[in-house]
Design a protein around this ligand. Structure first.
Ligand SMILES: O=C(O)C1=C[C@@H](OP(=O)(O)O)[C@@H](O)[C@H](O)C1
Ligand SMILES: C=C(OP(=O)(O)O)C(=O)O
Length: 437
């Protein structure tokens, strides 16, 4: 198969004025799917995300015997089997949430569950989850690698109990065990022993969804969680829009000095994407939340101030924040994100390389990036099979003429047809009579 042609990033010749609807949250959709598979009875997910990551999760659960009726985009109905099936294969694709959240579920199935995924996914860390499952009584074979491929040899149930884990490489290790913990015979007492725990809002998200399905979780201290054994109640939920998928659109308002409204912004949420409001304000934009959604108004001429930010809680936003930093008129330091080296690609290395391709100045630090302002010019930007690198390139390309994006449809991991929605939003920033693509 030949590579698709690079996509000329649409450029805005003036301030945009767009109203955007973004798809459902990846993190919430995949958490709800896992909980529905463990629940008693049929659950309903309204406005779920249908994208590569959630399709991989649906396929994984179907392989385990879960019935997922996803014919209606507005409502999916999920019914667990009497007993989860083993002797099946699971393709994780590139989804961290599948490669980490499904093994604890597989430990409850009867028979081997074999996991593999995209070549890039084979580089991502999962070892601490697999080791923890062994400590809780599961039989797991990973050739000692701590990465895909691996097999969880389910015995129809798991003892559970107490286990320690170093989750400094990914908060998903903690979420994975907490999500299934109530279904372990003894429940779970989990303690994180690592020096840091990234993406804390995603752990809060896990605790919140568990509370909504009647699972009781206590926190003996900041880094310990006790999940009581018990049933998971079936549920009917509306999935929030994905606020991290909204990030490039809000950034578009900031870089063009225009306005963008993202519809249905939740008034309270555990999604880290909500943190972009504070970040954009720090860079000079204004934001306001109304019943219509979140509105971002960029400063005149799209001027952006450089920033010094600890992004450890909101690491997922880094590529979009790095795009803003690249376009800012002062230096920026992005800290607390060493774990991004284990995301879809090594995002710190990828961002430094791609900013360099634009003629920009960026360097890696131990735990992040330093970006300094300089003149930028168009270039063909690579995306490394990473949806958020495509979003980085799109934001820069909106104001730097001549940017082309390799494999822009890689954004489909979490945002189907991102490039079409993007082109529509950027087009609102064109002068009348401007016929550039
Ligand atoms: O639990 C989740 O849904 C996620 C947790 C975070 O993972 P890390 O803690 O590995 O960064 C985040 O970056 C990822 O996009 C989604
Ligand atoms: C790190 C990410 O994804 P995953 O859920 O695959 O870890 C991400 O979406 O930025």
């Amino acid at each position: 198969m030949t590579d698709p042609l690079p996509w000329p990033a649409p450029s805005a010749s003036g301030p945009v004025d767009a109203v955007v609807t973004v798809p459902g949250s990846k993190s919430l959709t995949n958490r709800w799917l896992v909980l529905a598979a463990l629940a008693e009875g049929t659950s309903t997910l309204r406005r779920p995300l249908r994208s590569r990551d959630s399709e991989r999760m649906v396929d994984a659960l179907r392989a385990l015997g879960v019935e997922v009726d996803d014919r209606d985009d507005q409502a999916w109905f999920v019914t667990p089997p009497v007993a989860l099936h083993g002797d099946v294969d699971v393709d994780c694709g590139q989804a961290g949430t599948v490669m980490r959240f499904v093994p604890p579920v597989a430990a409850l199935a009867a028979g081997p569950v074999r996991f593999d995924g995209h070549p890039t996914a084979r580089l991502r860390p999962v070892g601490p989850v697999l080791e923890a499952l062994r400590g809780l009584g599961a039989d797991v074979e990973d050739g000692g690698r701590g990465t895909l491929p691996y097999t969880v040899d389910g015995r129809g149930g798991l003892r559970g109990g107490t286990v320690e884990i170093d989750a400094s490489a990914s908060s998903q290790f903690v979420s994975a065990l907490l999500l299934a913990g109530a279904r372990f015979e003894q429940g779970l007492l989990l303690r994180h022993t690592g020096a840091s725990l990234p993406s804390l809002p995603h752990v809060e998200m896990t605790l919140q969804v568990l509370e909504q399905v009647g699972v009781r979780v206590h926190r003996p201290d900041q880094h310990s969680w006790r999940v009581e054994p018990g049933p998971v109640a079936a549920f009917d939920v509306v999935v929030e829009p994905d606020l991290s998928s909204a990030a490039p659109f809000l950034a578009l308002a900031a870089v063009t000095g225009g306005t963008v409204t993202v519809r249905d912004w939740p008034t309270t949420t555990t999604q880290p994407g909500d943190g972009l409001r504070r970040i954009l304000q720090g860079m000079g934009a204004t934001t306001s939340l109304s019943p219509e959604g979140l509105l971002v108004q960029g400063a005149g001429d799209g001027r952006l101030t450089g920033v010094d930010l600890d992004l450890s809680a909101v690491g997922e936003l880094t590529p979009v924040v790095a795009a803003l930093a690249t376009l800012a008129d002062g230096p920026s330091r992005l800290r607390g994100i060493a774990h991004l080296r284990g995301h879809e690609t090594d995002r710190l290395a990828a961002l430094v390389t791609e900013i360099g391709r634009l003629g920009g100045r960026a360097r890696e630090t131990d735990d992040g990036l330093v970006v300094e302002p300089t003149g930028l010019s168009g270039a063909l930007l690579r995306t490394y099979h990473d949806h958020r690198m495509a979003m980085f390139a799109a934001v820069v390309g909106a104001v730097v003429p001549g940017v082309e994006i390799e494999d822009v449809t890689t954004a489909d991991k979490t945002f189907p047809d991102f490039h079409l929605a993007w082109a529509g939003a950027v087009a609102t920033g064109r002068d009348a009579g401007d016929d550039r693509p």
